[in-house]
Write a protein that binds this ligand. Structure first.
Ligand SMILES: Nc1nc2c(ncn2[C@@H]2O[C@H](COP(=O)(O)OP(=O)(O)O)[C@@H](O)[C@H]2O)c(=O)[nH]1
Ligand SMILES: [Mg+2]
Length: 264
């Protein structure tokens, strides 16, 4: 706390030193030249006042406790205002089931909303005093997906077989996701990130009713994605068939996260 205050103080002081320092120097020059003690006292007071102001401004804000934000969804940037916690990022193209996963983990009904910005939902891990922030953003914005990757400890990558509510796999949907994860992988490699990645082959409740050939299309695609990430030795990668509508599958996601938790 004291160290944080001192760090902030140094920063604040350098920020305002430029302005008040210049003012003080000019003031001191004039006052010496004109031998005006009152003016000297005035400029001294300004310098002293600005030091006090810097001290006041740099006092670190008290962080919100996990408990205070539990089950709330906040803007991603507001995570800075709460105690540190494990961050789990959801990555995947639009309508793959990212926001539904969050709602399923919250035991609420799936939403029908589109996510336009990065949001964090704070959840507690059952039977523990540990907390996570689930980060969700629009899948169509690669820059926001990269921002998620930059900031999380665990990545849940979600893929599906069809954007429509159908059993059969759609090749154009699969190609779209291959391109998407190609970009994601390149980004992770370029940044040399060491990440824990878990891939969810979502909407299993639909594609399990596909014929054998159709099912193998889904699994071949999923294997391809998994292997491409496994080629990066810095990442620990696992994969699961998954449905957001199956409680047991949601339990498996919690288990994966539980093993990686950092906060006590
Ligand atoms: N059949 C099925 N549909 C799902 C599943 N998860 C999500 N969906 C549906 O997929 C659509 C898009 O989900 P959404 O969570 O909004 O996707 P997002 O854009 O990735 O956040 C919605 O109609 C969901 O009901 C799932 O496990 N199975
Ligand atoms: Mg969404």
């Amino acid at each position: 706390m004291i160290k944080k205050w001192l760090d902030n103080f140094k920063k604040e002081l350098t920020d305002i030193a430029g302005v008040t320092g210049a003012f003080g120097l000019v003031g001191a020059g004039i006052s010496i030249a004109a031998s005006m003690p009152l003016f000297t006292i005035g400029t001294g007071a300004i310098a002293g006042g600005s030091i006090l102001y810097a001290g006041f401004k740099s006092k670190p804000k008290k962080l919100l406790s996990h408990q205070e934000t539990l089950n709330k969804t906040i803007l991603f940037n507001e995570l800075n205002n709460i105690e540190p916690l494990t961050k789990v990022g959801l990555v995947g193209v639009t309508k793959v089931g990212k926001s539904t996963l969050i709602k399923s983990m919250q035991c609420e009904l799936p939403p029908r909303t589109r996510t336009e910005e990065l949001f964090a939902t704070i959840l507690s891990v059952l039977h523990t005093n540990k907390y996570i922030a689930l980060i969700d953003g629009p899948g169509q914005e690669l820059s926001q997906q990269f921002e998620i990757i930059d900031n999380v400890d665990i990545l849940l990558m979600i893929i599906d077989h069809n954007v429509e509510d159908k059993n059969n796999a759609k090749i154009s949907r699969i190609e779209e996701q291959k391109d998407f994860f190609d970009q994601i992988l390149k980004y992770i490699n370029r940044k040399n990130y060491h990440k824990r990645i878990h891939i969810l082959v979502n909407k299993e409740d639909k594609w399990k009713y596909n014929n054998i050939r159709g099912k193998s299309v889904v699994m071949r695609f999923a294997d391809e994605i998994e292997n491409s990430f496994k080629n990066n030795p810095n990442c620990k990668v696992t994969m699961n068939e998954h449905s957001n509508f199956k409680i047991a599958d949601i339990g498996k996601v919690w288990k994966i996260i539980d093993l990686e938790l950092i906060n006590e």
